[in-house]
Design a protein. Structure first.
Length: 394
């Protein structure tokens, strides 16, 4: 019988043996160099022109959407936005390697995965303007997307909550015998939460088919990763929990695609979790409430701008003969127009009614919620100028 503490598997040492950080050498998978030229030894994943066009188009669209929505927030048209500039490859490349039945549980900077799944410009706008067409009825801040039909779980702000939930969801997929996995996105900052550790351990022990994808973008708002942890990134923690782990260049979309394909294959065939650490950089501010000039240098940003994931992939596509400069210009212009015209159109759609705030939770709303709602409505009615949109929807 196997010893309970697996002592039979442990080698013996007769000297004091101190194991330190760095013993584990976790390399980073990189297929394309910054100029889009594949490394000589690299084995590229199979890729069709059609898929490559969808990947590039999604990354470019997201960049345009981010630019416009940050501007819209500055103009006071929406309250909040959060861009993923510089990180497009880690979310689009991974989403491209999944199947539509796979569940996506994300943190908040994964609009690339959502767009790849087919979320439309109109849906993005409906959510951000909290209008009456938005299925979550305006109960979430902008960017807290959730779409049942696209298997995209609603985002929640408290960091890390989606991690143990993803393990649980994947356990359910396994119990149901589904041909599906869950992917769970989070930042390296969120990996400091207890939920990360609980979620990984649970998935490892219960053998849940979940892909944990950590976007290590160097910062948790203003805290640089070296002030957050002393270990070898997040990948080393996967090994600690007995989770198969891949580290990948998060700015190389082909590498992210290949890594996620492999992770999905393992998660499904072996019914177990896989951790991917995507090394990238948040070129954008943390959110529209943040100004990075207070905590990092322009030089640092420029060094990462040179590793632009969108440009790198476009250059590779060019070498395949899959990139037409003129056609791409047209696509960019059309995308800008679409974002602008949808923004203008959707912001005129009436916002959700205040009453929606207490529907759906209880069959019959309890007295105290009804009382609070009445007070809220009286308050808005008293100060209509302070609530220009809501006061018209009482
Ligand atoms: C439990 C919890 N603590 C703190 C916050 C505030 N907060 C929001 S985002 C963030 C940084 C997260 O960084 P990271 O996970 O690296 O993701 P990134 O923003 O870099 O994509 C913090 C501290 C929060 N939302 N939830
Ligand atoms: Mg981060």
């Amino acid at each position: 019988m196997k010893d309970r503490n697996h002592l039979s598997n442990i080698g013996l040492s007769h000297q004091v043996n101190v194991i330190s950080n760095g013993l584990l050498d976790i390399p980073m998978l990189q297929l394309l160099q910054a100029d889009g030229v594949p490394h000589a030894q690299a084995t590229l994943p199979e890729m069709t022109q059609q898929k490559a066009e969808k990947i590039l188009g999604t990354m470019q669209f997201i960049r345009i959407l981010d630019e416009r929505m940050v501007a819209a927030q500055r103009q006071g048209r929406i309250s909040f936005y959060l861009a993923c500039t510089g990180e497009e490859a880690s979310t689009v490349g991974s989403a491209a390697a999944l199947e539509p039945q796979d569940m996506i549980m994300s943190q908040y900077r994964e609009q690339g995965a959502l767009a790849y799944r087919g979320y439309t410009t109109e849906q993005f706008m409906d959510q951000m303007f909290s209008n009456e067409k938005e299925p979550n009825k305006g109960r979430q801040m902008p960017i807290h997307y959730g779409v049942k039909e696209l298997n995209f779980m609603t985002i929640s702000s408290p960091l890390g909550t989606q991690i143990p939930q993803a393990s649980g969801y994947a356990y359910g997929q396994k119990m149901a015998g589904l041909d599906a996995v869950t992917i769970c996105y989070f930042g390296e900052g969120a990996a400091s939460e207890g939920d990360f550790h609980a979620g990984l351990n649970m998935a490892a022990v219960l053998k849940c088919p979940v892909i944990f994808l950590c976007r290590n973008n160097g910062y948790a708002i203003s805290t640089p990763s070296e002030e957050q942890f002393a270990g070898d990134g997040i990948a080393s923690r996967g090994i600690g929990y007995g989770v198969k782990t891949i580290r990948v260049d998060g700015n190389d979309v082909l590498a992210v695609y290949a890594a996620t394909q492999k992770a999905r294959e393992i998660a499904l065939a072996e019914q177990c979790p896989v951790l991917i650490e995507a090394m990238t950089y948040r070129l954008a501010a943390h959110s529209t409430s943040d100004d990075p000039s207070g905590y990092r240098s322009k030089d640092e940003e420029e060094r990462w701008r040179a590793k632009d994931p969108v440009q790198r992939f476009a250059l590779w596509m060019q070498s395949q003969g899959w990139f037409d400069e003129e056609q791409n210009k047209l696509f960019l212009e059309q995308s800008r127009q679409e974002v602008l015209s949808e923004l203008k159109r959707v912001e005129k759609v009436p916002i959700c009614k205040v009453d929606e705030i207490i529907t759906d939770v209880y069959d019959v709303p309890p007295w105290h919620l009804k009382e609070q709602l009445a007070e809220l409505k009286a308050h808005i009615a008293k100060y209509p100028d302070a609530y220009p949109k809501t006061s018209g929807r009482l």
